[in-house]
Design a protein around this ligand. Structure first.
Ligand SMILES: NC(=O)c1ccc[n+]([C@@H]2O[C@H](COP(=O)([O-])OP(=O)(O)OC[C@H]3O[C@@H](n4cnc5c(N)ncnc54)[C@H](OP(=O)(O)O)[C@@H]3O)[C@@H](O)[C@H]2O)c1
Length: 277
């Protein structure tokens, strides 16, 4: 599995990582995460919000913390200054680690100004509870506010909904992040279990490219999404076979012709607003 430098961090992170939202069978999920890690997917994404997920990740990370690029998130209702600190400490406890690699604000919350959350993020960075901080579901203006509030520390990533059928991030967030050396992490790359409909034009294009490259349509989706060098993707799987398949998604690179066909099959949306699941 190819690794890329994650935004301004200098950390080498697998281009395809592993999500952990809505785990139905924790024991299966644990095995799949281990299989994915063995196959090189060192980026593991969790959140305070994902019920039972941090506990599963804790079991996977135990004894091999250095092998994992560990990301968790603060739940928006908890993003007051005190709430953010409490939330992060709760995550560290559930994850059974002293420090995460990146702590994200899950999305903005009207009750708590971004500046207040960033003040807490600065404190958590200074106390080494997290190595870096980032955001999720932030529009460009919100990223600018967060960065200006953080001061000397850097926002290292924006985790956004990005799939073949949800390309809204390409309008503003992706170009902004590319320009400012910020990683973009594509969440729900398979539409959260609703990939493009079989038989539809999008799926047919995926199948055509997949057949040409000798890969699966799901591998084509992942390779398509990470075609820009600052983009990473974090599919979720509770299946060891799927985790290995996802880890091999970039083994056979797509050509310019493949990418052109996919871009035509999944047109950009008119709205410049960031989609959210
Ligand atoms: N920041 C945010 O607001 C936010 C929001 C949503 C998600 N996320 C993060 O992004 C992660 C991924 O998104 P998601 O969980 O919504 O959904 P997703 O990754 O788009 O889709 C997951 C579904 O795809 C299936 N799948 C995975 N690999 C496959 C493969 N190779 N072939 C066929 N099917 C495959 C899984 O089934 P199997 O289990 O059977 O493989 C599961 O049903 C989340 O888990 C979470 O960590 C973040």
């Amino acid at each position: 599995m190819e690794r890329r430098t994650f935004g301004p961090t200098g950390a080498a992170v697998s281009v395809i990582g592993q999500g952990t939202w809505q785990l139905r069978r924790p024991d299966h999920a644990e095995r799949a995460l281990r299989a994915g890690l063995e196959a090189g997917m060192n980026h593991i994404d969790t959140a305070e919000l994902y019920k039972g997920s941090e506990e599963v990740v804790a079991r996977v990370v135990k004894g091999r913390r250095a092998d994992v690029f560990l990301v968790t998130k603060v739940r928006p209702p908890n993003t007051s200054y005190e709430g953010t600190i409490r939330s992060a400490m709760g995550s560290l406890k559930r994850l059974q680690v002293d420090q995460v690699d990146v702590l994200l604000q899950h999305w903005t919350d009207d009750a708590h100004p971004i500046e207040e959350t960033m003040r807490a993020f600065g404190q958590l960075l200074d106390e080494k509870r997290t190595k870096w901080v980032g955001v999720s579901n932030f529009e460009v203006e919100e990223m600018e506010r967060a960065q200006s509030a953080l001061g000397r520390h850097k926002i290292v990533c924006n985790q956004v909904y990005y799939s073949p059928e949800q390309r809204g991030a390409e309008h503003e967030v992706l170009p902004y992040c590319k320009k400012h050396n910020i990683a973009v992490v594509a969440y729900s790359p398979f539409g959260s279990g609703r990939p493009p409909a079989k038989g539809g034009p999008g799926w047919k294009a995926l199948e055509t490219v997949a057949a040409r490259r000798g890969v699966t349509p799901f591998q084509v989706i992942l390779a398509f999404l990470v075609r820009e060098p600052n983009v990473f993707a974090i599919p979720k799987s509770e299946s060891e076979a799927h985790a290995r398949e996802n880890a091999a998604a970039l083994d056979r690179p797509l050509t310019r012709e493949d990418l052109g066909e996919l871009e035509a099959a999944f047109p950009l949306p008119a709205s410049t607003q960031l989609p959210m699941i």
